[in-house]
Design a protein around this ligand. Structure first.
Ligand SMILES: Nc1nc2c(c(=O)[nH]1)N[C@H]1C(S)=C(S)[C@@H](COP(=O)(O)O)O[C@H]1N2
Ligand SMILES: [Mo]
Length: 177
């Protein structure tokens, strides 16, 4: 009787060890397999939420945008107009940007938690000639770690505080919510 009990206990222990080892091992494996690809999302008050990878963005029409850095030195970036991203996501821009839609804003969020907003009218060529872009390169090179892969470039502002580094989300909301 004692011997059976001992055997059962031993069996029980070894199965716990196996489960633990398997847990550690499979976690390591999945950590290796899920080196996450950087994406930027457009979500909230949109008809079609977008999740764009570096290569998705690279395929879109690019324009240059110039902005002063913190030291006041002009920097030229290349990227996709935010307006194009908003159109692709089915945001109420263009003809639809009137009435209560003019109370909508775009919250920009970065991987370090940095956040700020633009009103939709600030991004729509019906209202302004200024083109804000989501930059993915500078001087023909991908943006450096800590700035990229996606950076907002906002021309014609006196300080670059809205030029978010490491952008991860554009979230469209109603200001009255
Ligand atoms: N994600 C993120 N973006 C950011 C900031 C930040 O803290 N986090 N600081 C802003 C401020 S206040 C400035 S002045 C500029 C600095 O950009 P630069 O280093 O290219 O001059 O980045 C802006 N973008
Ligand atoms: Mo700043």
């Amino acid at each position: 009787m004692n011997q059976i009990y001992y055997k059962m206990k031993k069996y029980h222990l070894s199965s716990i060890v196996i489960v633990l080892l398997w847990g550690i091992f499979s976690q390591n494996l999945s950590a290796q397999n899920t080196i996450k690809e950087a994406v930027v999302r457009v979500e909230g008050e949109v008809l079609k939420p977008l999740t764009l990878t570096i290569s998705d963005l690279a395929k879109m029409k690019h324009v240059d945008a110039v902005m002063k850095n913190r030291e006041g030195i002009l920097q030229q970036y290349s990227g996709v107009p935010i307006f194009d991203l908003l159109q692709q996501a089915g945001v109420t821009v263009g003809k639809e940007l009137k009435g209560e839609n003019l109370t909508k804003y775009m919250l920009v969020r970065s991987s370090d938690g940095y956040e700020m907003i633009f009103s939709l009218a600030e991004l729509d060529p019906g209202f302004t000639n200024r083109v804000v872009i989501l930059a993915d390169s500078k001087d023909g090179k991908p943006l450096a770690d800590g700035a990229g892969p996606f950076r907002l470039v906002v021309p014609d502002e006196n300080k670059p505080a809205r030029s978010a580094l490491e952008v991860t989300h554009f979230i469209i909301r109603f200001a009255k919510d």
